[in-house]
Design a protein around this ligand. Structure first.
Ligand code: ASP
Length: 333
């Protein structure tokens, strides 16, 4: 029988009604007790690491999760983390950076409805996550939700209410899971041993461009942050026309050593800054990088991880384009 460590962190799956609204209250053991079927195919130990809404999950908690897995890595065949859905894609991306080429599955799951609701997706998701963790021969960080396994660097929450809340962005779904049967579409094989990292520097800003935005915002960002992901439009570019010239401001950011990554607000197919003048001008003169097919969550957390590695300016730029857990397929490799 496979041995699984169930790490509970809170979220809707563990929430109960309070006078202030839903808040996590159910324990890791209660979660596990709700799926007695799991006893047929695995043995599970439980850890109550946190019990918080995932809105309150921060980089410090990602480090704690990675550390917990590191401490118990040799003792278990796989790990299931129950987590709120709201920031689950950030957590799965961050854990993909902090735990690289694991040869064991690390599976995040949660629910849109609390475990104790009369109609809930909590039990199915938890059971699916345990099935997937037990039958998975390839290692990696995954999100299991509504019968699908999604690679951690590719997950995104698209729906606030429906059970099928997560999608796999610019990458195929890894598997379908139905009552213990798993149809695996993608497998992963890591030659290198697992590596754990212990630092993240959360000095990363995400700026969503809108028409009319004052480029002066970049002065402020440059003062307080070490990297900025600009969610621009379409294939990607920065405005330089009329009185709002973002390119002028890039020089200041570059002089401060602040990295700029241009991404796109279009969720699918990624950026290609080489297509338009608005993209090429930014790249040519100011060391602007681009996210290509990465999710915003993966780009932001990868920058936090790279900043935490204390690299030189040029080395960070080089490493940003080196794929981590298939986070980028279309980049310049
Ligand atoms: N607010 C909740 C959380 O992210 C939502 C959920 O779990 O579905 O913790």
């Amino acid at each position: 029988m496979q041995k699984i460590l169930l790490i509970a962190t809170g979220g809707t799956i563990a929430s109960t009604k309070t006078e202030y609204g839903l808040a996590p209250g159910i324990t890791s053991q209660e979660l596990y007790d709700s799926v007695p079927e799991a006893g047929r195919f695995c043995t599970v130990d439980t850890v109550q690491l946190l019990n918080i809404d995932s809105t309150n999950v921060q980089p410090e908690q990602w480090i704690l999760m990675a550390k917990t897995i590191e401490e118990h890595y040799d003792d278990y065949d796989g790990f299931v983390i129950t987590h709120g859905t709201d920031t689950m894609a950030y957590t799965s991306s961050a854990l993909s950076c902090l735990i690289q080429h694991p040869n064991k599955p690390i599976v995040l799951t949660g629910a849109q409805k609390p475990l104790l609701d009369p109609i809930t997706d909590a039990k199915k998701n938890l059971l699916d996550a345990l099935y997937f963790a037990c039958q998975q021969r390839s290692g990696g960080v995954f999100v299991v939700f509504s019968g699908r396994a999604i690679l951690g660097t590719r997950a995104k929450k698209l729906k606030t209410k429906s059970y099928a809340a997560f999608s796999s962005i610019n990458y195929p779904e890894v598997a379908l899971i139905d009552q213990g049967r798993i149809i695996q579409y993608v497998t992963f094989h890591h030659e290198e041993p697992v590596v754990f990292y212990h630092n993240l520097l959360p000095k990363v800003f995400l700026l969503k461009l809108i028409p009319g935005m004052d480029p002066g915002i970049l002065d402020y960002i440059g003062e307080y942050y070490r990297a900025v992901v600009v969610e621009s439009y379409g294939a990607g570019g920065l405005p330089f026309a009329h009185q709002r010239n973002f390119l002028d401001k890039l020089q200041t950011l570059k002089a401060r050593g602040c990295h700029v990554v241009v991404a796109t607000q279009a969720m699918l197919e990624g950026s290609d800054l080489g297509v338009y003048e608005v993209g090429r001008k930014a790249m040519a003169a100011y060391d602007v990088m681009q996210a290509y097919d990465m999710t915003i969550e993966a780009a932001v957390t990868k920058l936090m991880w790279l900043l935490g590695c204390s690299l030189s300016y040029d080395e960070l730029r080089r490493r940003f384009y080196m794929p981590v857990a298939q986070d980028m397929l279309a980049g310049k490799l």
